[in-house]
Ligand binder design. Structure first.
Ligand code: HEM
Length: 464
């Protein structure tokens, strides 16, 4: 084994250059690297075989220690759950994403995407603008409506400050992850950031508890009304939002969830769902806005399958948009919203003849695996043909893992694909896009989720 000692400037690794730095290191030292940040050791993996070994395991599903900083807000939610109580939670919440439920979610997605298209009209045929906040409004509202059963304009609607607080929490969480000096709770508790984070968390909790309590009142009214109507005229409820699924459990009384536990799960869905959707939709628009030949093909595909603006889009048409699908996958290959994930090993693994002991933190660098020349001949180039069936069929199953892989993969991945495709189908049916920031000048922040530092600047033009 080659042992090379590099003492590096922490600021370089920890801030903007982080992903590029790791990509450089993987090129120089191979796809298995060990780092020490202060006393904290981690093994970094950029190899599809190694990712498969770790992520396919039913035992190595424990998140690493740094995830626990999120517990201040999200408690023991699905994303942060320790392996002992993860299985039961996952089983319960999987019902919220069953195929039939997803089809019912489609109407909500379509409605919110139509609102997005309307909000973009005021920007059309004008100068450049940042499309990111428009997309963010749409995804936050869609996840809120499907997860919490919040109807826009209802009394229980989500506070307009919620997304702002969500982002602030994410920034502060990432700041702590990068600073081993505040890993211990008693050290963190004396910092200014602790005061800030507790203020944000108090607000976030207040907002979602308000929504949950309001929903409990509505459920009582709904149930009284439906009893009166003898349960006949109302038919099947279109879908059960995650919140209703959890409140059913609360009402049933067996393994009852407390209100606080219910809040943790719905807030987790808001946190885990909204930002990655926003990034994927915005980045796909941005990359296609730099590739007119790809845009022409997408317009042609949409026009052939979906002749009139939004009226004829349905789940079946969505499934037929194959080229759009390839462009979305290619975007998520180049800009995976969650660039890396980490596990704490519960049992040792062998990687490249090295025994990695129990208790080690292993970071899986999705962004680096996705740019490996072993799987993609021109890895930095945007090329949707990478996902044509003939190019995909013999590829390593872990060469493309934007939603992670194995038992602890993203529970919302089918939901995400549907929402992303709906938004993009409506967008490209209606608009033509030109991206104004050159790709080489696009600066991405690396946090828990990747984010564009200066927004996504585009010009859009109505097609018809
Ligand atoms: C483009 C969209 C999305 C991407 C790229 C994405 C990616 C991921 C990844 C990589 C993980 C694994 C995290 C880890 O192991 O640390 C994950 C987990 C998770 N995701 Fe997503 N996600 C997306 C959308 C969503 C949506 C829309 C929801 C819910 C509405 C969601 C809910 C979750 C939850 C709850 C987990 C934790 C699962 C568990 O631990 O069992 N995600 N996601």
């Amino acid at each position: 084994m080659n042992i090379t000692v590099h003492i590096v400037n922490l600021r370089n690794i920890l801030f903007l250059e982080r992903l590029e730095k790791f990509q450089e290191w993987f090129k120089s030292f191979g796809h298995l690297i060990r780092t020490w940040i202060g006393p904290v050791c981690a093994v970094h993996v950029a190899n599809a075989d190694h990712a498969q070994t770790i992520l396919s395991s039913n035992v190595n599903i424990e998140k690493c220690f740094q995830y626990s900083f999120g517990r201040l807000w999200l408690g023991n939610c699905l994303t942060l759950a320790a392996s002992e109580n993860w299985f039961e939670k996952r089983n319960l919440l999987t019902h919220a994403f069953h195929a039939t439920v997803l089809n019912d979610f489609f109407d909500t997605m379509l409605k919110n995407c139509q609102i997005l298209m309307k909000s973009l009209e005021k920007e059309a045929d004008l100068d450049e603008f940042d499309i990111f906040p428009h997309i963010s409004d749409c995804t936050v509202n869609t996840v809120a409506e499907t997860a919490m059963n919040i109807k826009p304009n209802a009394e229980s609607r989500l506070d307009a400050e919620y997304p702002k607080n969500l982002h602030e929490f994410s920034d502060l969480l990432w700041k702590r992850i990068l600073n081993p000096l505040v890993y211990l709770n008693f050290m963190y508790a004396v910092t200014e950031d602790y005061k800030k984070v507790m203020k944000v968390i108090t607000e976030l909790k207040r907002m979602s508890l308000k929504v949950i309590k309001q929903r409990m009142v509505e459920r009582k009214i709904e149930s009284a009304v439906s009893e009166k109507a003898n349960n006949t005229s109302f038919g099947r409820q279109k879908y059960k939002a995650v919140l209703d699924l959890l409140l059913d459990r609360h009402d049933e009384g067996k393994y009852p969830l407390t209100l606080e536990e219910i809040r943790e799960e719905v807030d987790d869905f808001m946190f885990a769902g909204s930002d990655p959707l926003t990034l994927t939709i915005s980045m796909t628009i941005y990359l296609i806005g730099h590739h007119p030949e790809v845009q022409d093909k997408i317009h042609a595909e949409l026009d052939s399958l979906f002749p009139f603006e939004d009226s004829s889009l349905n789940v079946q048409t969505l499934a037929k948009l194959k080229y759009l699908d390839c462009a979305i996958k290619e975007t998520m290959r180049l800009y995976p919203p969650v660039p890396f994930i980490a596990r704490s090993l519960k049992e040792p693994v062998i990687l490249d003849n090295h025994i990695i002991p129990r208790g080690t933190t292993v970071a899986i660098h999705i962004h680096a695996i996705h740019r490996s020349p072993e799987f993609y001949s021109n890895p930095d180039k945007f090329d949707p043909s990478n996902f044509f069936p003939e190019n995909e069929e013999n590829r390593h199953p872990f060469a493309y893992i934007p939603f992670s892989g194995g038992p602890r993969n993203c529970i919302g991945f089918k939901f995400a694909k549907m929402e992303i495709k709906t938004a993009l189908a409506l967008f490209f049916k209606k608009y033509e896009v030109k991206s104004t920031t050159p790709i080489e000048d696009l600066s991405m922040f690396t946090e828990i989720f990747q984010k564009p530092e200066n927004g996504i600047m585009v010009k859009i033009r109505r097609r018809h």
